[in-house]
Design a protein around this ligand. Structure first.
Ligand code: NAD
Ligand code: TDX
Length: 337
């Protein structure tokens, strides 16, 4: 049985990944998570006491803690990050601390422990920058041209992983994925924010003209990609995962309105995000060929499944809204929820 250190497992994608691992594999899992505003211990509370699962509260940049945890670990999957672009525009420092410094601390500890690997670093399409309307989707060998402090910090961590592979021969694998949606996503991101506002008959703030394009992927498909990378990837490889589903933000929001039977008058066009990337799209040919991976969920069923989850789990997001998120929303949009 393999022992895997998963970081950031109490966040959106980490939660879905650990659930998948516990259901479908017999790995022993250590989940290291700092429980920032985005980390919710409730997400995995039902697994407390599970013989193959252990939660440790702590930060990935804590060298002593990470050094101790790494002993006896075979592989690492690094989800831990500050993940929200808008927050990085307000304050970049936590992004550098966690995403850049934290990744290096993990790499150093992984090397010192002599773990067999792999070290899977979970990254994003945003490191490639923005595509023009007719440009082909991003490929793994495209230049890194990040535009936000968030994406610049992720690109930096990708380069540190590459350096660890080139310099020390560490078995590092980098995965880059497009926009995820699904259960347990913190309601600062577009889809859960819009579902929750819609359910409460609140305005749906769309940045700029709403024609920015994202390539949407259901979170379980991303998790299956990360699992395939963990089990099958060649050391040093980089894999793109995309949903083959390019939609404008306006199309996404209109779909949510339609599912919930609400009118378009809820839409409110607001000031654009500074440096707002116009379009992301991923070419996942390599992952399809080398990992035998492909996205399974189409957007029509995935978004309905997601809306259903937020309808069935109102307690989950109500507890978030009554806490820190309320303050953040007020600060960010200049008005109370
Ligand atoms: P999230 O913000 O929901 O979760 C991040 C988790 O990391 C939280 O549980 C948080 O407590 C934890 N964390 C933050 N700083 C930490 C630290 N210093 N030490 C330990 N834990 C810390 O993020 P997410 O959407 O689940 O994203 C997970 C990863 O996937 C990130 O690396 C992100 O860049 C990447 N990614 C996300 C998307 C997306 O659409 N959400 C797409 C592509 C890639
Ligand atoms: O209120 C909003 N209104 C709006 O128009 C919010 C929160 C977002 N948007 C727009 C901005 C983007 O064009 O919707 C799009 C999606 O925004 P986010 O949900 O903030 O995601 P994005 O900035 O695309 O980044 C996401 O995908 C890549 C994740 O947050 C990153 O962690 C991941 O790397």
């Amino acid at each position: 049985m393999k022992r895997i250190l998963v970081t950031g497992g109490c966040g959106f994608i980490g939660t879905n990944f650990i659930r998948l691992l516990l259901e479908e594999r017999d790995y022993e899992i250590i989940n290291l998570d700092a429980l920032t505003y985005a980390g919710n211990p409730e997400n995995l509370a039902e697994f407390e006491g599970h013989p193959r699962y252990r939660f440790v509260k702590g930060r990935i940049e804590d060298q002593d803690l990470v050094g101790q945890l790494m002993e006896g670990v075979d592989a690492v999957v690094n989800f831990a990050a500050e993940s929200h672009v808008d927050r990085s525009i307000k304050s970049a420092k936590p992004f550098i601390t966690t995403n850049v410094l934290g990744t290096q601390v993990l790499l150093d500890a992984f090397r010192k422990a002599g773990s067999s690997g792999p070290f899977v670093h979970v990254s994003t399409d945003e490191v490639y920058g923005s595509l023009t309307k007719d440009a082909p989707p991003f490929r793994e060998d495209d230049h890194l041209l990040p535009n936000s402090p968030y994406s610049a910090s992720k690109a930096s961590s990708d380069l540190l992983c590459r350096a660890a592979w080139k310099t020390f021969g560490l078995p590092v694998v980098i995965t880059r994925c497009s926009n995820n949606y699904g259960p347990y996503q913190f309601p600062e991101k577009l889809i859960p924010l819009m579902i929750i506002n819609c359910l409460q008959n609140r305005k749906l703030p769309i940045y700029g003209d709403g024609l920015n394009i994202r390539d949407w992927i259901y979170v379980k498909d991303h998790c299956r990609g990360v699992l395939a990378a963990l089990e099958k990837a060649k050391p040093g490889a980089i894999y793109n995962f995309g949903g083959d589903c390019e939609l404008t933000n306006l199309q996404v929001v209109e779909t949510i309105l339609e599912i919930l039977g609400k009118g378009k008058e809820l839409i409110e066009f607001v000031k654009d995000r500074p440096g707002h990337d116009r379009r992301y799209a991923m070419d996942s040919t390599l992952a399809k060929r080398e990992l035998g991976w492909s996205p399974q969920e189409d957007f029509d069923s995935g978004i309905r499944r997601t809306v259903r989850w937020y309808l069935d789990n109102q307690d989950w997001w109500q507890r978030i809204l009554s806490g820190q998120y309320r303050n953040y929303y007020q600060e960010h949009y200049g008005k109370a929820l």
